[in-house]
Design a binder for this molecule. Sequence first.
Ligand code: C2E
Ligand code: CA
Ligand code: CA
Ligand code: CA
Length: 278
Amino acid sequence: VAKRGGLRVVHYEEAGDPYDPNRLSLIGDLRRAIRDDELELHYQPKIDLRTGAVAAVEALLRWQHPERGRLMPDEFLPVIEQTGMIDPLTDWVIETALAWVGQARTRHPQMRVAVNVSARNLGNADFASHVTDALARTGSDPGCLTIEITETALMADPARATASLMRLAKTGVLVSVDDFGQGQTSLSQLARLPVAEVKIDKAFVMHLDQSATDAAIVQSITDLAHRLGLEVVAEGVESQPILELLRDAGCEIAQGYHISRPMPAAVLARWLADHDVE
Ligand code: C2E
Ligand code: CA
Ligand code: CA
Ligand code: CA
């Protein structure tokens, strides 16, 4: 809030303001960004807690904006998600991740890659065919791709999300429910969805060693998921004591800064060379 000539000038920063010039320029800039190679994926390893081996990596989007510097997903995705641009953006992410995993598999034959998709992508009836096209264009095995969808995105419109997930699962890719524990998914809803994995939201993981409540939540999500035949991933693992608590809880996969931060492809290649890969 600035005072100018006795007038109060208030700056609003509401994500939803359709006339916000910041917002309009981001949408325009994204077309150029895809064309001019300003987008980049960073990759964060997912470790198998039983063997210590790298089970997969998650692709996370970065935007090297020529004027604004590096933009993190939270700085531009909420705006892009309100437009049709989210579809070509997700197509770009999937193809880039598949191209990466195809290359990685020459050295690490079991490597998999996970990509994040928005509620809006899932709401698009063509989404599964976009995935099939990307698999075909890159000559990829569907088994090397995991699609991560947040629990909130699934539960926004459960009937539609279920139909969409059924089509996706038929393509042979795996589906993972991200940020699990924040929403209100019931056991019967989760059991009806064709998902292979749940990712416990990092809010429950980050202070696991200090909170009996978080420990109880992590344990019950893990037990529930196992009864439904799902694998459990914990994200936001920032220390060795937490990693060990998760292993004791029966959680299969861990991801977080304690293992590695997300890395550009070139750095990841060196990191993988120094680690056991399944
Ligand atoms: P997410 O899918 O829950 O991804 C995990 C986020 O936590 C990432 O932030 C990651 O860098 C961060 N993280 C990983 N390990 C730790 C840790 O140990 N501690 C803490 N505090 N954080 C950790 P990032 O890269 O900023 O991404 C934020 C969100 O943006 C993602 O949350 C995802 O929802 C979304 N996102 C990222 N890339 C894409 C994309 O390509 N498409 C879509 N639709 N969404 C994306
Ligand atoms: Ca994710
Ligand atoms: Ca998450
Ligand atoms: Ca998140």
